[in-house]
Design a protein around this ligand. Sequence first.
Ligand code: APR
Length: 267
Amino acid sequence: MTSTSSTELSNPELLATVGQIAAIISESSYAVGMTGAGMSVESGIPPFRGADGLWTKHGTPQMDGYASFKKDPTGWWNRRTNRKIDAHINELRDALVKAEPHAGHHALAALEKQGSLQSLVTQNIDALDEKAGVENLVEIHGNRTKLRCIECGDRVSLGDFGPLFAPDPCNKCGGVVKFDTVMFGEPIPDDVMTAARAEIDKADCVLAIGTSATVRPASGLLWIAQSAGATIIEINPTETKLTPICEVSLRSTAGVALPLLLETLSP
Ligand code: APR
């Protein structure tokens, strides 16, 4: 297992480790990316944990968000429309509205296009992977630009929905509608959980980028992949719980490492 620390990374060491990752990917038959909040830090969106993490600054939110929504959806939406929401939600939302894909997002889309990467499972809700052109994408924690019915799972685009009021009931089944983003305490919707597991079960290589690998069930997929014999690679400036099971850990950022990986793997 190779692990290089970001502070000591000289260009030759960075390139050598990128070369190792490229060799593993080119040998693999089904490489899957698994991204976390660190993937979008270079797009201006703060991570949740670590030195600059939202939860580090504002404290981890209550785990009962979904339960309180289900108890009184209209009340939840009314509080939301009056912006009586937590500081961290405002900080996150303001960053999300302004964010654009960075070179790392575009590199992942290009790696998929050239067949080096077969799919991407993201824990991010920022829709930047889709915007960068990734096609085989599973957004396991939802997508901030969509609404979802909690009864039938139907998703619709937010379009120009404010929210100035609670959304109409689901036009398919009349069920209660919420943001597609998975709330704390909300089960991962079956469709995306099944799709993410299917991708992991096909993978012989998983590229974990910008995730602390701490939030289940999403992070559990990484250990499932490893126990099924897949090679785990990590791109993260800091060590994580995942590091001990990684074949290669590159202590770099997504915005630096992924364009180099694309350059190394481009035909
Ligand atoms: N490039 C790559 N990785 C980075 C960068 C960067 N520029 N900056 C930070 N990181 C790393 C951090 O070192 C950290 O390990 O990204 C990781 C971010 O970890 P978290 O903030 O815990 O994000 P994530 O793993 O996605 O959290 C999972 O937790 O709160 C929930 O729903 C939320 O989807 C999120 C889930």
